[in-house]
Design a protein around this ligand. Sequence first.
Ligand code: ADE
Length: 248
Amino acid sequence: MDSGYGITVLTLFPELVREYFRTSLVGKAAERGALHLEAVDIRSFARDRHRTCDDAPYGGGAGMVLMAEPLAAALDSVDAQARHVVFPTPSGFPFRQDDALRLSRLDGMVLICGRYEGIDQRIVDEYVHEELSIGDYVLSSGELAAMVIIDAVYRLREGILRSESVREDSFQDGLLEYPHYTRPETFRSRSVPEVLLSGHHARIARWRREQQLIRTAEKRPELLQHVQLDEAERKLTESIRTKERDDE
Ligand code: ADE
């Protein structure tokens, strides 16, 4: 991996983000020079002596809105007009593995962490390339969402992990992952599935694919629409879905 990938996080809680950088695998990658990480304190760009960064929303309503001016100054300080700017928000497009892959192929990104009710829309209009939601729930701030996005993206950059373990991730092939086992062979009278001890690679691969299909049909049937299945696989997943409907 080249050292050209730059991640900048604009936040009111730089210590939180720096702690993540310091203690995580993404931080280790940065130490090796594999990427550049930076947390910028939005508050240091506030203009008044109270360092105010939020204000009441025009039109009334609960909560506070992150003001345009300090945020714009923070964005300009990191040359955001020339970079890919991501705003994590529950109102964004759903963030998926495909998006992580797409973002990992750029030369980096700037993430804006919102607080309160949100950020002034004019910042979104002027600087933001994409708004991403990490799930259908509302967090109290954007930092956790930004860390989720960073984590998913950085690990896809070449050379961070063995290419094999990235390839077999859940979602990389549109299916959930198969179950994993390690020693001991028997734990509280639960044995590792026979096939995994067989040393028979083709049988193991077939079993794993089957487990992926079963898990996906049970937990995330909607994902199967996008996966190429052969006739036997289609029957298997159909039978699980029929059984689930019968059980309801
Ligand atoms: N900020 C608050 N909640 C969020 C979510 N679900 N996704 C992205 N950013 C958020």
